[in-house]
Design a protein around this ligand. Structure first.
Ligand code: HEM
Length: 400
């Protein structure tokens, strides 16, 4: 790919294990270099400032997803057929098959079921007192909700977390993480093909909607396996990232936990601030269909463009003191759920899950204290904790 001579270059590997563990210094360098930076190592144009990230996401005719949103051709091929990897009318059609399940009204109907699950998860955690914020709280909630919603058969659940994480990991550049993950992502697709062949989805589930759409010739049957995975794979690690990120941030900022306990109305914005600060999905890519000027830099037709949501969410041009966590800032415009036509289809559910568990914890837990060293997951796309030892200090008398 010929690059415009004026486009600054960045030679470091932003997908090394070290960079995955702490990408923010790299993002700061990218933002300082310019609105568009050529990542020589990955052969991709990085867009890392807020304004340009947003404009690329909103221009889905120029910057398409149909050639994949990952950084290697194998994963981009494996992802074919998903809502995430489609454009125009095809994207609208695919989104219409399932998105009605996650409208604000549909999500509201899930409120009491989510509250009930979250209550029992918090109850169990409080009994233990010393918990792993990832396993005991952050993973337990989405795992108790989404597989049933999607109708994923019981015999495919043991591998689900590994498969779903691998589906993201495989989307990185060809490095050792992506190569290792591709096999597991392919296993998930093979399992999904079997589910479609055997029609073994749970009755009344989103998976059944996909099969019915194919029966009614709204979509081609060959697209069903990808669509089954479409809502399952992105719903676990991301929400785990948001909930575990929130727990860690509140453990580090007891004053803000106290504020939330005193005024739970702060929780919806706190979730936006957590997603801004943590950005569970660091970056996805697009393919440019024509030569385009982005912030004064030329991106040539055919170029792959990396939209770094996590960097946009820490851009000092957009945010005052972006590296500080502050639940009182207006964080609603954060890009952690993407923006525009591919904006997260499951964000209503993700917000409800995260808000619900925080609300119940705020009622019952006076303090969340760090209780050991936290470990980050190593994944090319996902930013989340793998292990988060915490001590939950129960409130003497539950706040109402
Ligand atoms: C905190 C949790 C979550 C985060 C941070 C998140 C983030 C994102 C982002 C950044 C995108 C945009 C992709 C792009 O620009 O190409 C996206 C799309 C998507 N998300 Fe989420 N997500 C979360 C939870 C969920 C959940 C719970 C579900 C399903 C139940 C879900 C389903 C989807 C789907 C289907 C798309 C593709 C939409 C399309 O291409 O039209 N996500 N998500």
């Amino acid at each position: 790919m010929a690059t415009d001579i004026s486009t600054p270059q960045y030679r470091a590997n932003i997908y090394s294990t070290e960079a995955i563990l702490d990408p923010y210094p790299h993002y700061a360098e990218l933002r300082a270099l310019g609105p568009v930076v050529w990542l020589a190592r990955h052969r991709v144009f990085a867009v890392s400032r807020y304004a340009e990230c947003k404009s690329v996401l909103l221009d889905d005719e120029t910057f398409i997803s149909g050639d994949g949103v990952g950084l290697n051709p194998v994963a981009n091929k494996l992802g074919q057929g998903t809502t995430l990897n489609s454009d125009g009318d095809e994207h609208t059609l695919k989104r219409s098959v399932l998105a009605h399940r996650l409208t604000p009204k549909a999500v509201r109907k899930m409120t009491s079921a989510i509250e009930e699950k979250a209550e029992s998860i918090v109850e169990n955690a409080l009994r233990k007192q010393w918990v792993d914020g990832v396993d005991d709280l952050a993973t337990a909630l989405p795992m108790s909700i989404v597989p049933d919603l999607v109708g994923w058969p019981e015999d495919g659940r043991d591998d689900l977390l590994r498969w779903a994480g691998a589906t993201f990991d495989a989307l990185g550049p060809i490095n050792r993480h992506a190569v290792g993950a591709t096999k597991a992502a392919a296993e998930m697709l093979a399992f999904s093909k079997r589910v479609v062949r055997e029609r073994s989805v749970l009755p009344g589930s989103m998976g059944e909607d996909v099969l019915i759409a194919a029966d009614e010739n709204k979509i081609d049957k060959s697209q069903c396996p990808a669509l089954m995975i479409d809502y399952l794979a992105p719903s676990l690690d991301t929400t785990i990232g948001a909930i575990s990120g929130a727990l860690n941030l509140f453990a580090q900022h007891p004053d803000q936990w106290q504020a939330v306990r005193e005024n739970p109305d702060l929780i919806p914005n706190a979730v936006n601030e957590v997603v801004r600060f943590e950005s569970p999905i660091r970056a996805f890519s697009r393919r440019a269909t024509r030569d385009t000027d982005v912030g004064g830099s030329m991106i040539p037709a055919g170029g792959r463009v990396l939209v770094v949501y996590a960097s946009a969410n820490r851009d000092p041009r957009e945010w005052h003191d972006p590296d500080s966590f502050d639940i009182t800032r207006d964080a609603a415009r954060q890009l952690g759920f993407g923006s525009g036509t591919h904006g997260c289809a499951g964000q209503g559910l993700a917000r409800l899950e995260t808000q619900t568990i925080l609300r119940i914890l705020a009622r019952r837990v006076a303090r969340i204290e760090p209780a050991g060293s936290a470990e980050r997951a190593i994944n090319n796309v996902i930013h989340r904790y793998e292990r988060l030892p915490l001590k939950l200090v129960a409130a003497g008398k539950a706040l109402s």
